[in-house]
Ligand binder design. Structure first.
Ligand SMILES: [Zn+2]
Length: 104
């Protein structure tokens, strides 16, 4: 623990005036959208917060895509199901998530 860099060192002075080092866990990194890399809202960055799946959004693609990207994916998937667009018209990044939606 004292050699690990995942702990932040903080200098503290005790009431008696002694100088001590305290070790605190660094906060984890925030989850990001898999398409546009924007920070996801509503999910704590805290480490070991009972897992991210418990604190995730209940929405489709919650905890994976941001709200804008998931709305876009849902829109494109419905257009493909209606026959207005073809799979080849869509970028390769979004195609994966659209195939997931259609198979359900
Ligand atoms: Zn996004």
């Amino acid at each position: 623990m004292h050699r690990s860099k995942s702990f932040r060192r903080t200098d503290r002075v005790t009431p008696k005036g002694r100088h001590v080092l305290h070790f605190e866990r660094k906060p984890g990194s925030k989850p990001h959208c898999a398409i546009c890399r924007a920070e996801l809202n509503g999910i704590p960055a805290k480490r070991n917060a009972k897992g991210r799946t418990i604190n995730s959004n209940a929405r489709m693609f919650g905890g994976v895509l941001c709200s804008k990207c998931s709305a876009n994916v849902i829109k494109l998937a419905s257009r493909i199901e209606q026959g207005e667009m073809k799979l080849n018209d869509i970028g390769i990044v979004q195609r994966n998530y659209i195939l997931q939606m259609i198979s359900h």
